[in-house]
Structures are given as structure tokens and as C-alpha cells.
Design a protein. Structure first.
Length: 233
């Protein structure tokens, strides 16, 4: 039985994203999907001075109708400056020394294409966490890429001969199990369980970026959460 997930690219997403990658045999990441300004593709939340703070990759001004792979980081984007903000926010975290090189590799990546920058960051975090799932870029698969929503997901699943498709719990109203079943695919939803850990003595702020999780937890404890810290529905 082959399990597959399909997701948008997100910049340093929360642990549930990596639980999903870890739970499947093949993870398909969209590059040819419309960029949405109000989404979380190029932004996330970290802990700064004990409170949540927004981090965002600045983008070059362009059309609102372009796909993610057609967007570029702003010409004045300074990866080193961005890195320094992350370092200053987590300098005293228990796993800082182990995680800092990962952040440096990500933020000093020279390609200014939005998709390739985020894709590279996902690969580096997976490498650090020991996730060896096959990660495939959507546009490399032979389907009708003009399809939308559920139809496109089903086409992607069929193109890689998936038996089971797993989606985050937020997609319960977007996808119908009956439609997947008619195509010979079982649909399941992954719900991440609450994961609370010490954050430098501050009141816990949940569901922050994976950066926060890595800074305050060992790879071994994170891998345990990747394997068992969720429910499949």
C-alpha cells in the first residue's frame, strides 16, 4: 500500500507539516499553484521575547495571479539579516548549537526563487530530523495541470499509483472520501495532537514554526512526536 500527501510549500511550517511528510511514502509539494497573499507560504511565527512574532520572506512586487514558482524574493532581501533575527530570538535555547547551522544553510541559500528557496528549506529540515520520505515537485508529474482542487489531488495520486491519500485535518470540508474511493484511493486525515514543551520558562505558545520545536527539543524527542504525535481519521 502506497501512501501519498500533497501540500503547498510553506516556510518553516509547524510540526504537523513534518508529521505529514513523515507519515507517507511520497510527499508531493506544489510549485505550480497560485500564490496567495493571505496564506502562510512565505511566513510563519516564532517566539521572540517570550511572545509570538511573525516572520515573513519579503517578495518582489508582481502580479497576484502568478504561481508560487513564478514569484521571487525581494531584491533587497538579506538572508544574513533574517538569520540574525532567528539567532537573537533563540540564542539561549537548549538546542541552539545543533539547529543554528541548519538555519544558516537555509537563509544563505542563494536562489531567490520563492518556491526553490522554500523547497530547499523543507529538504534541510527533513534532513536534520532524519525524515527520508521521497519528496516530489508537482509539475514533474504527468497530469493535466489545469485541474483544480480535489480533481488535481486525485490526478496526482493516480499518477504515482497511490492507494492512500493523507491530508491535514483542515481539509475535511474540501475532500470527499466517496470521490477518492471511486478512484480506488482511501482518504485519511491527519490531526496533530497538542505538543507542549518548555519555552525558556515562558507561558507556552503553541503551534509555532518548526524552528521553535527544534530549538527546544532534541532530534530524538521530535522524532517520537513525528511518529506518534497525531491521529489518523
Amino acid at each position: 500500500m502506497k501512501t501519498v500527501a500533497v501540500m503547498q510549500p510553506y516556510f518553516f511550517p509547524y510540526i504537523g507539516y513534518f508529521q505529514l511528510i513523515n507519515a507517507v511514502d511520497q510527499f508531493i509539494v506544489y510549485d505550480n499553484i497560485k500564490y496567495t497573499k493571505k496564506g502562510w507560504i512565505n511566513r510563519n511565527r516564532i517566539l521572540q521575547h517570550g511572545k509570538e512574532a511573525l516572520i515573513s520572506l519579503p517578495l518582489k512586487s508582481d502580479s497576484d495571479f502568478l504561481d508560487v514558482v513564478e514569484r521571487e524574493l525581494a531584491p533587497d532581501f538579506d538572508g544574513g539579516k533574517f538569520l540574525n533575527r532567528l539567532i537573537e530570538s533563540y540564542r539561549r535555547a537548549p538546542c541552539f548549537k545543533q539547529v543554528a547551522p541548519v538555519l544558516e544553510t537555509v537563509m544563505r541559500f542563494e536562489d531567490r526563487n520563492l518556491f526553490r528557496f522554500i523547497h530547499h528549506s523543507i529538504l534541510r529540515v527533513c534532513e536534520y530530523l532524519g525524515i527520508d520520505t521521497e519528496i516530489t515537485i508537482s509539475s514533474t508529474l504527468s497530469i493535466d495541470h489545469s485541474l483544480k482542487n480535489q480533481e488535481k489531488v486525485i490526478a496526482l495520486c493516480k499518477s504515482v499509483r497511490a492507494d492512500i491519500y493523507i491530508n491535514p485535518i483542515g481539509g475535511t470540508e474540501l475532500y470527499a472520501k466517496e470521490e477518492f474511493q471511486t478512484q480506488g484511493i482511501e482518504l485519511k486525515f491527519l490531526q496533530a495532537l497538542p505538543f507542549e514543551y518548555p519555552q525558556s520558562g515562558n507561558e507556552f505558545v503553541p503551534w509555532l514554526s518548526i524552528v521553535d520545536v527544534m530549538m527546544f527539543n532534541s532530534v530524538e524527542s521530535i522524532k517520537e512526536r513525528l511518529d506518534s504525535g497525531y491521529q489518523l481519521i
